[in-house]
Design a binder for this molecule. Structure first.
Ligand code: SF4
Ligand code: SF4
Length: 66
């Protein structure tokens, strides 16, 4: 099953309100983790089930399923 990963070269947290990764809210399994605002988030492969909602919602197209 493909899993989501964040490309740190493409991710631009400053484009999300208050630097908070917006796709955390669309992930149904809370698999996207951002410890602090303005940090590049990470995905938890144990929670991701490859639904691709985060891929569609990221304004920087920084998330891929691999
Ligand atoms: S992964 Fe996308 S939505 Fe999340 S902080 Fe980076 S640019 Fe923003
Ligand atoms: S692919 Fe779906 S389950 Fe996986 S991190 Fe993105 S929104 Fe969450």
């Amino acid at each position: 099953m493909p899993r989501a990963i964040v490309d740190p070269q493409r991710c631009r947290p400053q484009e999300c309100v208050d630097g908070r990764c917006r796709v955390r809210k669309v992930c149904p399994t809370k698999a996207i983790i951002q410890m602090e605002p303005h940090e590049v988030p990470a995905t938890d492969p144990g929670r991701c089930h490859g639904c691709s909602k985060c891929v569609a919602d990221c304004p920087a197209r920084a998330i891929q399923l691999v």
